[in-house]
Ligand binder design. Structure first.
Ligand code: 13P
Length: 249
């Protein structure tokens, strides 16, 4: 199966720098030079139109970093899945740890957002992951199981149509990557939870995120249950992001 390599730009960029970054990805001719990776970038809402136009006719998909749980209505500041989809986006990240911690998003809200995304034809990339304190207290499996369980309960048969990203909070932006063995162990656990809930969910891609760089990507992607990566900092440099996509063997 092809790996899925997704950049999460977070709150970085400008119209000018985004254009340069995307041009770098286009020039790398990823369809030929990284044939074993499907590649996407998840961008701030306000740049969806620019990104859609720049990536028109290219093999690089794109998405948002969040989506409202609501279809439409009086929800000031929120962005509906239908609006994101209207630009041709394929993905919507939901439940990133930065939203869970800085915006108080509960597992139930994240599950509602995943459902709202699917209802509009977007593929939700559902993020789960434990903090360092939780890992040290041996709560990793309990934490990610609780986060995933809400999604399992909300989605039913649509569980097979999502992407899951395991992002240990202690590895995000810290330069501290989970070892391939640590990541694989959690991925195997997540896979078992998904399959236990719905056999067809065996096909759900499981991405690893947290300080993925060109020099550690190949080793992570070589693990049996790591189907790709969700890349933060290294997705902001075309050369690094391209190297990570090419690490998918
Ligand atoms: P970094 O790759 O910068 O650690 O960020 C990971 C992440 O949060 C992607 O969503």
């Amino acid at each position: 199966m092809k790996k899925l390599v997704v950049g999460n730009w977070k709150m970085h960029g400008s119209r000018a720098s985004n254009g340069e970054l995307l041009q770098g990805l286009i020039d790398a001719n990823l369809a030929q030079s990284a044939p074993n990776a499907d590649v996407a970038v998840c961008v701030p809402f306000v740049y969806l139109a620019d990104v859609a136009s720049k990536l028109s006719g290219q093999s690089i998909a794109f998405g948002s970093q969040d989506v409202s749980a609501h279809k439409q209505g009086a929800y000031t500041g929120e962005v509906a899945g239908s609006m994101i989809r209207e630009f041709g986006a394929k993905f919507a990240i939901v439940g990133h740890s930065e939203r869970r911690s800085y915006h108080g998003e509960s597992s139930q809200l994240v599950a509602d957002k995943a459902k709202a995304a699917l209802a509009e034809g977007l593929t939700p990339i559902v993020c789960v992951g434990e903090t360092l304190a939780q890992r040290e207290a041996n709560q990793t499996e309990a934490v990610v199981a609780e986060q995933l369980q809400a999604v399992i309960a909300a989605l039913g048969a649509q569980l097979a149509d999502i992407v899951v990203a395991y992002e240990p909070v202690w590895a995000i932006g810290t330069g501290k990557t989970a070892s391939p063995e640590q990541a694989q162990a959690v991925h195997a656990f997540l896979r078992a939870q998904l399959v236990g809930a719905l056999p067809a969910a065996a096909r759900v891609p499981l991405l690893y995120g947290g300080s993925v760089k060109p020099d550690n990507a190949a080793e992570l992607f070589a693990q049996a249950d790591i189907d790709g990566g969700l890349i933060g900092g290294a997705s902001l440099k075309a050369a690094d992001f391209v190297a990570i996509a090419r690490a998918a063997a």
